[in-house]
Design a protein around this ligand. Sequence first.
Ligand code: GAR
Length: 209
Amino acid sequence: RKRVVVLISGRGSNMQALIAATMDPAFPGQIVGVIANRPDAPGLDTARRHDITAIAVDQKAYENREAHEAAVLDVLAGLDPDIVCLAGYMRLLSATFVLRYSGRLINIHPSLLPLFPGLETHERALAAGMRIHGCTVHFVTERMDEGPIIAQAAIAVEAGDTAETLSGRLLAAEHRLYPHALRLVLDGTVRMTNGRAILERRAPAAEAP
Ligand code: GAR
């Protein structure tokens, strides 16, 4: 099975959804480590409860962004991942990092990209009067939230929705989408070529005799 490392900054509920999916031995990858940029990220304990190596690389312990990122890259190299999943990792990655894992680095974002890159996506979807909202898993490139799209899920915006109710329902969709998208990348159904996400055509099912 392919080796997956998850990077988090906080709660880690998407990480937990990935852990749950990879507990199925038929899933094409296993989580070999979790890295957080904050030692108090609650997701670290969740990972440890599942006997997964969980390492904090505390950004406060480094002089600058470059030094912190170099330390994260060192820890990552030790875990030797095939795929790196960002799951609520709230730090921008440098071009060096992104190129090092090009085509093997994916992120979940709480909007239907290319709409609403950045933060406060639920507030902005509501302010725009959107009737649907959603989430996107995409390959990470040097431009934030602009990498090629792997998979998306949409939900309806309901009357009376607030950013809280909307984000709560969207989170449930994220938890279904991320394992699905990871599987597509791990089994080669989707890959990044020349800066685009290519969706392989499935072999047609054999015709019944
Ligand atoms: C998720 O909603 C994720 O889509 C979002 O942060 C949350 C993390 O929750 N990511 C971003 O906003 C990336 N810019 P989690 O820690 O419970 O998975």
